[in-house]
Design a protein around this ligand. Sequence first.
Ligand SMILES: Cc1cc2nc3c(=O)[nH]c(=O)nc-3n(C[C@H](O)[C@H](O)[C@H](O)COP(=O)(O)OP(=O)(O)OC[C@H]3O[C@@H](n4cnc5c(N)ncnc54)[C@H](O)[C@@H]3O)c2cc1C
Length: 394
Amino acid sequence: MSRGCFQEEHGIFRRNFRQFIEKEVAPYTLDWEEKGEWPKSVLRRMGELGFLGLRHKEEHGGAGADYLYTVVMAEELPRCGVSGFPMGIMVHTDMATPIIGKLGSPEQVERFLKPAIRGEKLAALAITEPQAGSDVGAIKTSAKKDGGEYVINGSKLFITNGANADFLTLAAKTAPEQGLHGISFFLFPTDTPGLQVAKKLKKMGNHSSDTAELVFEDARVPKEYLLGEENMGFYYIMQNFQGERLIAAVSAVAGSQLLLDLTIQYARDRQAFGRPIIKFQVNRHKVVDMATRVAVARSFVYDVCGAFDSFDSAQSADPAHAVPFELVKEISMAKLFATEVAKLVADECVQLHGGYGYIEEFPVARAYRDTRLLSIGGGTSEIMKEIIGKIMDL
Ligand SMILES: Cc1cc2nc3c(=O)[nH]c(=O)nc-3n(C[C@H](O)[C@H](O)[C@H](O)COP(=O)(O)OP(=O)(O)OC[C@H]3O[C@@H](n4cnc5c(N)ncnc54)[C@H](O)[C@@H]3O)c2cc1C
């Protein structure tokens, strides 16, 4: 996939979506940053406008659109001026719900997926625990079968949308003695007795997104809320990660480009020693280095998105449609490279802003804090390198 692969209809979608972000989202995001969350009315509005089910099948209420539409959405969301709101939305659309479209029973689709696509229910993906982040197999939250129900006990940490979600796509151990092969996925309504939002976490950045610690004490869900097959959770998580990581790479490139554009303008306007600071060769080279890295990242990320589209379009959990290792390697490389570039760009852009870059009113200061998450969330840079190394048989 290259830029040439965007068709006219993607361009039309881009214009519509950008208009929505600029008119109905951007004016409010700083307020949401203060409040530490964004209102569900935006989710409903996005549902009405058909923005929440781009990748989903039409029979599930989605658009059945190719992956390029999702790429466009991820590229335009950062125009709202903050990263927290885009993160909350992308967790809903691209991290917590795609797996329901692939594995969900008709009842699960009716009860959870369709309302999520309509914007009536907010979703969160609950995998990480206080003692298990990178090491997903070490999760301890248990789901024990008791008659027609599963009884959930344990806790989850760093859960985006966790305080406000209507349901969780939840990973828990159904066979703890089987390690990685004892994890299952559940759909978990957050009004289930026994679930408590233990804490809304204060973060370095991404303030408009709520991040929570959740505790489960004898919380019962009907066995019908098991998603897919029992003990296949690790496989599903790894498959689900591919879309999550790729979209993080797309967001990283788009955010970097916006920050770079804004900084170039600043460097043209800002005078020192009688000339614009962009006219100092050292700064010009810095900007050129950043622009080159962002262009290379974009090109590679687009290429990987093109390869991913055929697996995503299959919308199937059948191992026959599993993302092949070679593509897993490239998705991991895309996330690794794009998010590290984004960190470098954010750092250099603060430097080019001088003291103003450290002042909260300047968007670059927020971007610097927000960007720091990219190489941690959804799998750290070190874990990306481990995956790539393993696939390269190193
Ligand atoms: C704001 C925010 C939002 C999040 N949203 C969600 C969410 O919605 N749902 C969810 O389930 N999780 C979420 N997470 C969790 C996130 O995915 C984890 O924080 C991340 O995967 C890292 O896990 P950890 O924090 O336990 O770090 P650890 O796994 O403890 O890692 C600590 C350090 O050790 C390194 N390390 C670990 N293992 C290795 C290794 N084998 N080799 C080399 N280095 C290693 C890591 O790279 C890292 O630098 C979120 C986190 C944050 C901060």
